[in-house]
Design a protein around this ligand. Structure first.
Ligand SMILES: Cc1cc2nc3c(=O)[nH]c(=O)nc-3n(C[C@H](O)[C@H](O)[C@H](O)COP(=O)(O)OP(=O)(O)OC[C@H]3O[C@@H](n4cnc5c(N)ncnc54)[C@H](O)[C@@H]3O)c2cc1C
Ligand code: SF4
Length: 352
């Protein structure tokens, strides 16, 4: 591993000052950054350990029913917070379907949002990778592409974003609070991750030294609490990244869908908000035919980036399944194996 300096700032101002030096990386839980440093993919000169910065590790409930989540809140603490589970069950379900119990105890909310791609060529220094080394090429194209993107990809990069947490957060209009040398700003979570275009090395809308301090969910997002789910198709029942995942939320009234939220994971370089599908759902009666129409709308622009055409049909079917399960109702308590598309619908037992 390349030698590096390690510094632990006392407060946010010091962290930002240290972070503005070139070659610096912020360290939160370290579950992604340290792995990448060990294999030589990340090679910072200096690590700024933000893990103990004061004021970034709490939940702050707002008067409108929304919540502000500090960037250092651990994935497990958020998922098991009783009020959070009741109010945003699809987010809790997504968190609990990611990684392992040990990792969720260490991983932070901010780090989860900024985890790097799991493309095997990105992690292999002997392969060409435009994300790791700009303009060096992309060995994934024409290579092993079963797990790669079917939406929003370019000839420069076909990697997908691996986060589960991001998917329902995008569906629920989460907002990311950022601090940088130029002050504070906010970014819609949907706009945090960039599609690759010709510059896949620019993975997010963040400037180099900007720090995520919190993520907010608006109170309005709680309107779908009773009817929201997250489902994840993966190659093992647990401890595996999504092949395809889907988060859905329905606001029901008078036998119709008043509003719908839908986002996909594992299909693009960012969590994919399916607004065309939401428009198909809104205002109509919930039915399998309407869910299938929504699924077709969500994947209308999809195209394989190699041997992954199967993902398009898989995503369509998962959308129908997640909408059926959202209609049946969020579970009162999360199932032991959350996010399994093979699990039965729970029925409307939600206690919110
Ligand atoms: C074996 C394994 C399996 C996994 N399975 C899954 C899975 O199924 N689903 C899933 O979603 N995830 C999975 N993960 C990924 C895991 O969720 C992430 O590694 C974790 O969320 C990252 O959080 P962290 O706090 O450890 O981040 P770190 O590793 O500390 O940081 C990650 C990146 O974010 C930057 N960063 C961190 N915090 C901030 C901040 N506040 N502001 C600015 N930059 C910041 C760092 O500089 C670094 O680039 C898995 C990881 C492993 C190792
Ligand atoms: S798909 Fe993207 S991350 Fe993977 S090798 Fe190509 S450029 Fe790199």
């Amino acid at each position: 591993m390349k030698p590096f300096d390690y510094v632990r700032p006392r407060d946010l101002a010091e962290a930002l000052a240290l972070g503005s030096e070139p070659g610096t990386a912020y360290l939160a839980g370290g579950t992604n950054l340290l792995d990448l440093m060990k294999i030589g993919v990340a090679r910072p000169d200096r690590i700024v350990d933000i893990g103990r910065l004061p004021g970034l590790a709490g939940l702050d409930w707002r008067e409108d029913g929304g919540v502000r989540i500090g960037a250092l809140v651990k994935n497990a603490d958020l998922a098991y917070d009783a009020r959070f589970q009741r109010t945003f069950p699809s987010v809790a379900e997504a968190l609990l379907s990611g990684a392992s119990a040990q990792l969720r105890n260490a991983a932070t909310v901010g780090g989860n949002l900024l985890q790097r791609p799991r493309c095997p060529y990105f992690q292999d220094l002997a392969s060409a990778c435009n994300r790791r080394a700009p303009e060096s090429g992309c060995d994934a194209l024409g290579g092993e592409t079963r797990r790669h993107a079917v939406l929003g990809w370019s000839e420069a990069c076909i990697a997908v974003n691996p986060s589960d947490f991001c998917v329902p957060m995008a569906a629920l209009d989460a907002v990311v609070e950022v601090q940088g040398p130029g002050g504070a700003r906010e970014i819609a979570l949907e706009d945090l991750h960039r599609l690759p275009g010709q510059t896949p090395e620019r993975e997010t809308a963040l400037e180099p030294s900007e720090l995520i301090v919190a993520v907010r969910l608006p109170g309005q997002a709680a309107a779908v609490a009773r009817h929201s789910r997250y489902l994840k198709v993966r190659e093992r029942t647990s401890y595996a990244f999504a092949v395809v995942s889907a988060a859905a939320g329905l606001e029901l009234g008078d036998g119709a869908i008043r509003s719908a939220r839908l986002a996909l994971g594992g299909v693009a370089a960012k969590p994919w908000r399916a607004r065309e599908a939401e428009a198909v759902l809104a205002g109509g009666e919930p039915s399998e035919a309407r869910f299938a129409d929504a699924a077709r709308a969500a994947l209308a622009e999809a195209r394989p980036s190699g041997e992954n055409a199967y993902k398009i049909e898989l995503a369509r079917r998962l959308i129908v399944r997640v909408l059926q399960q959202a209609l049946a109702g969020a579970p009162e308590t999360l199932p032991a194996l959350p996010g399994s598309p093979l699990a039965p619908a729970f029925g409307n037992r939600h206690a919110a």
